[in-house]
Design a protein around this ligand. Sequence first.
Ligand SMILES: [Zn+2]
Length: 304
Amino acid sequence: MGASIGIVTAEGISAGLVDANRKISGRILQYPEHGGVADDLTTLPANKIAEKLAEIILEVAAGQHVDSVGLAFPGVIRGGVVEESPNFPQMKGQQISKAVCTHLEAHGQSPKVVVSNDADVVAAGIAATRNQLDHLIRVWTLGNGIGYGRYPSGTEIWEGGHTVVTMDPKEKYCSCGGVGHLEGIMGYRSMRLRFLDLEPEEIFEQAHEGDARCMDFVKLWHRALAAATASSVHMEGPGKFFITGPSARYLNLSMLHRYMHEMVMMSTLQGYVFEIVPGGHEIAIIGAAVSAAMEQPATVTAAP
Ligand SMILES: [Zn+2]
């Protein structure tokens, strides 16, 4: 592959140039500069977000020719369009790849711009850095939202973070507004909404110290992930599940395995494995860039 830029939007933006060996060359550029949350991103109008992304892409390119740009964005992304994005409601329906291309062309760059879901690029990054581009890769990203990344991503939706894991009508903390969702239990934001008096760190600490309310929640948190994973196993078969993201540090793998054993009883489906992989922007940037470089140009077919 030629030079490709991976750019990932989450709480902030991070971007880097990925070379033919699928390694980041040079430094990772971040907005805000030292990482963290960019408060202005959620309030910026859609055209300003596209302009900001183009600005960062041009800065990473630093004047050299770029073949492709892989842009990762949270939400349901299809054909370069953000169809749905609970965290960026102003982006709903936006043709983000077209908008970014227009800005880039004005500055003499005309790369292929491919937009992917932010969790799918983590799966693609794991596949690319482990030479497993021929494998099915599934990954849970545990952060403010809960992402379900799948490689290859295809044209399906795979909003696994919104898997229904409970029938309790009181379970309504998911950012999308849906009842009973995995993210409504596991998401960082959802945990803060549920425990108005405790930060997520304190919930897990106090569970460790024996607090009954926190212990019950920690069990629910693990059961929820087991339930969503069991659903994936029952739909697509067993295999390896990667887990990453800031909240992966709260994970107790033996507890997760115990609940999985209760939920997946058919012996042919029990060959599942979990692996926690370090977070960080690098893997997502590589995944975004590799996804863009591999994407075939869209074939235009005449209307019937
Ligand atoms: Zn939801």
